[in-house]
Design a protein around this ligand. Structure first.
Ligand SMILES: [Zn+2]
Length: 436
């Protein structure tokens, strides 16, 4: 790995996606085992209301935080005990992790940690073999291995972790049931005294107020089916699933409102309005023709474009590549109407090709998307299926990044030549994109 690549990893950009116009803003390698769709789901049978009682369940190191099923209000407490070992980078670790590896938010790397809510980079409490945890805010309580930042999770860092601890949680507090979309119509949402549930579909977990599920009952099933279809279309294009097939959790996070509309990772964090806001933006209305689903497909596009933690080739502009997935989704679902960006993403093409500066294309995620889509026009509808499936066997260390954008495009061109089965230089030249 070159020094420049190392600094790129240190400077891993925040995948902060804004509404409508996707602003560019502000990493990990390796791959591991096969898909495990149970990752991230905690105790199966918590009751709709408290007291929670005691539940034992596995906490896999590669799960992006496991819902304990407990809802703690400020000042309320739960007890956790844990046994077993899990692994980081192949090293077996106890519940206490290993302080020699470093620490993250006050806890030894590789240790068991607990958090109230999943607010971006919010405080953690260290658990180790056991601890009492008192909440400082009203929220769902999650547990998991701590070994990186929340941003690192976006870049696939959790692929370094494996194994599972056995965890027992006891509390007299209220509960957060996980409700399968298949039992939606039968579930007693009016008995959920915490006011919060996680809805579970084939590929997603959505953290929501119970009364919002009731309010959106007429559209919720179709919405979750649409979310699953979006996932499956992107999975088919990529030929692999992110986070080892773990469901993608979607959580409201008011703390990101100042800088983003949504933040890609697992969980995908969104402004609360995506859960309880306008008719044309709520996730439980995703199947309705007027709902803007660009953002949902785009965030998943980040996840699918980072499947194996190989992302440095996107470094020129991380907001263009995910939309190759977004566009595919909109076209396959026949949802191109009412999706404002779909009609306009190539608006800058004509003036750019008439003599624009490369820097404009580098900085503009939509113009760059238009450039990327040109390869599909030139080399066929399956061009990006072939490209992304080829990327499944690439790692960041395969990308000879020397600090220049030309070196990144040089790598991309090599992969594009393979996907096209021919030299793709013509399109790079047409768009004035430097290649070395
Ligand atoms: Zn984005």
């Amino acid at each position: 790995m070159t020094r420049a690549l190392l600094s790129a990893l240190v400077l891993a950009p925040l995948l902060a996606c804004t509404k409508g116009v996707v602003d560019p803003e502000t990493g990990a390698d390796t791959a591991d085992s096969a898909a495990d769709p149970t990752l991230g789901i905690g105790p199966a049978a918590v009751t709709p209301s408290g007291p929670y009682g005691e539940h034992s369940f596995d906490v896999p190191a590669d799960a992006h935080w496991v819902n304990t099923g407990v809802f703690l209000r400020e000042g309320e407490t739960l007890e956790i005990t844990a046994t077993g070992t899990w692994e980081l980078d192949g090293q077996a670790l106890s519940t206490e992790g290993d302080a020699a590896l470093g620490e993250q938010r006050g806890c030894a790397l590789g240790s068991l940690a607990v958090r109230s809510g999943l607010r971006f980079e919010d405080a953690l409490s260290c658990v180790g073999a056991g601890a009492s945890f008192t909440a400082e805010s009203d929220d769902v309580v999650y547990v998991g291995m701590i070994f990186a930042t929340d941003l690192g999770d976006a870049y696939g860092e959790r692929l370094r972790a494996d194994g599972a601890l056995q965890v027992t949680v006891s509390a007299s507090a209220d509960t957060v049931p996980t409700v399968s979309i298949d039992s939606l119509l039968d579930y007693p949402f009016d008995q959920v005294s915490s006011g919060w549930v996680e809805l579970q579909s084939a590929h997603h977990l959505v953290t929501l107020p119970a009364d919002q599920v009731v309010a959106d009952m007429a559209t919720a099933q179709a919405a979750m089916d649409t979310m699953d279809r979006i996932y499956e279309i992107e999975e088919s294009m990529r030929g692999a699933a992110p986070f080892e097939g773990e469901r993608i959790r979607w959580v409201p996070d008011a703390s990101i409102e100042d800088f983003a509309y949504m933040l890609a990772s697992n969980p995908v964090r969104g402004v609360p309005a995506l859960f309880d806001g306008g008719e044309d933006q709520r996730i439980l209305r995703a199947a309705e023709p007027n709902t803007d689903i660009w953002g949902f497909a785009h965030e998943l596009g980040h996840c699918f474009s980072f499947v194996n933690g190989t992302w440095v080739y996107q470094y020129v502009n991380l907001e263009s590549w995910p939309n190759l997935f977004t566009i595919r989704v909109l076209e396959e679902l026949e949802r191109t109407e009412n999706q404002p960006n779909y009609e306009t993403y190539c608006d800058g093409k004509e003036s750019y090709l008439a003599g624009g500066e490369y820097e404009t294309l580098a900085a503009d995620p939509f113009l760059q998307l238009c450039f990327l889509k040109d390869f599909e026009s030139e080399y066929g509808a399956s061009f990006y299926d072939d490209f992304f499936q080829g990327m499944n066997s690439q790692s960041n260390s395969d990308i000879a990044y020397d600090g220049t954008e030309a070196s990144i495009w040089g790598y991309v061109k090599g992969r594009f030549d393979l996907a096209a089965g021919q030299n793709t230089a013509e399109v790079f030249e047409k768009w004035g994109v430097p290649v070395e």
